[in-house]
Write a protein that binds this ligand. Structure first.
Ligand SMILES: NC(=O)c1ccc[n+]([C@@H]2O[C@H](COP(=O)([O-])OP(=O)(O)OC[C@H]3O[C@@H](n4cnc5c(N)ncnc54)[C@H](OP(=O)(O)O)[C@@H]3O)[C@@H](O)[C@H]2O)c1
Length: 307
């Protein structure tokens, strides 16, 4: 294992917290530096290797490079709306600081899939796509290595009460896009965090300059509906929707200035239209025994219990 000195930006967030928990279990890590806009430490069971650096501005590349000096790996889990712009600066700062490897805050559909490229009109998707290409260029020039986890949907995010688009826990409805039979894949954030730990601990050659497509479970809308009924013992309703209609609605939302609905419409289209942007064969070829995989049944049960 060679990634012993790790910096992570955005660690106080939904995914970042889980990654810190996992990395805190790796005894060989000697330094875990958290870049945050806040001065409040993230709670973790073992914080002896943790240090916090308060970032005044993510636009100051030189200051970021100073913070990143002496690290082997930089992981970004910056929030989606900010990640595009900030990841580009972080990559530049990491190159300046001589950081060997960068893991960007991409964590979505495969943005380099031709079907995704055709739909990457929202700022979030377009910047993630631009950063993915930029990282490939930087790597080909020998300036930095990258490892990108291509995760598809975060199931614990989309199965939470606050987020609608796949299920609505209040009205007991499940969206059945384009007939509800296309297979998609997805992951929980616990699973993704374990995969990050596996990347850190496995031989670095195995993950160098790779976009690793990971999948914890696969399912269709109709299968998800069946599992929700099985787990709750109640009836759920499937709501049929055409993903082209979804795109039309999202474009109308954009005209009204609603960029979030535009992005969500694009993501759901790419996730559920069966064209392959969000269906991955598991690609983590090493470290598999370190990663615990839940069934969709367990993921649904756990999500409903903690909502
Ligand atoms: N595939 C999916 O279904 C799915 C679902 C959700 C998220 N994601 C992706 O996963 C990644 C992480 O998302 P998340 O939900 O874990 O993020 P999050 O919790 O919303 O935010 C993560 C951290 O980013 C930092 N941050 C937020 N806004 C910022 C800004 N304007 N400037 C600088 N830093 C900022 C904050 O850290 P500090 O306050 O400590 O600085 C925050 O705790 C993103 O790329 C997102 O698009 C994917």
């Amino acid at each position: 294992m060679t990634f012993r000195r790790i910096a992570i930006a955005g660690a106080s967030g939904f995914l970042g917290r889980k990654i810190i928990e996992q990395l805190s279990l790796v005894v060989d890590i000697t330094r875990l530096t958290i870049l945050t806009r806040s001065k409040q430490p993230v709670k973790t069971s073992n914080n002896s290797i943790l240090s916090f650096v308060s970032i005044v501005s993510y636009e100051d590349t030189e200051a970021l490079a100073n913070v990143l000096q002496g690290h082997d790996l930089l992981i970004s889990t910056i929030a989606g709306a900010a990640a595009g712009m900030i990841d580009a600066i972080l990559a530049e700062a990491a190159v300046m600081a001589g950081v060997r490897r960068f893991m960007p805050s991409e964590y979505t559909v495969d943005v380099l899939h031709p079907h995704s490229i055709a739909f990457a009109g929202s700022t979030i998707l377009a910047t993630k796509l631009a950063n993915a290409r930029k990282l490939q260029t930087l790597a080909s020039e020998g300036k930095i290595e990258y490892t990108t986890l291509v995760t598809g949907a975060f199931l614990d995010f989309w199965l939470s009460k606050a987020v609608k688009g796949i299920v609505d826990l209040d009205s007991h409805t499940v969206m059945l896009y384009d007939g509800g039979e296309h297979q998609v894949t997805g992951c929980t954030t616990d699973f993704i965090a374990q995969c990050v730990r596996a990347v850190v601990t496995m031989p670095e050659d195995a993950t160098r300059n790779s976009r690793i497509r990971i999948a914890e479970v696969q399912f269709s809308g109709k299968q998800l509906l069946g599992i929700l009924e099985e787990v709750t013992g109640e009836q759920w309703t499937g709501v049929h929707k055409d993903t082209d209609a979804l795109v039309t609605e999202s474009l109308i939302a954009l005209k009204g200035g609603d960029t979030r609905s535009f992005y969500v419409g694009q993501i759901l289209k790419l996730g559920f239209d069966g064209e392959g942007s969000c269906y991955f064969e598991e690609g983590l070829t090493h470290g598999e025994d370190e990663v615990q995989r839940l069934s969709l049944n367990d993921i649904v049960r756990h999500s409903l219990a903690t909502r």
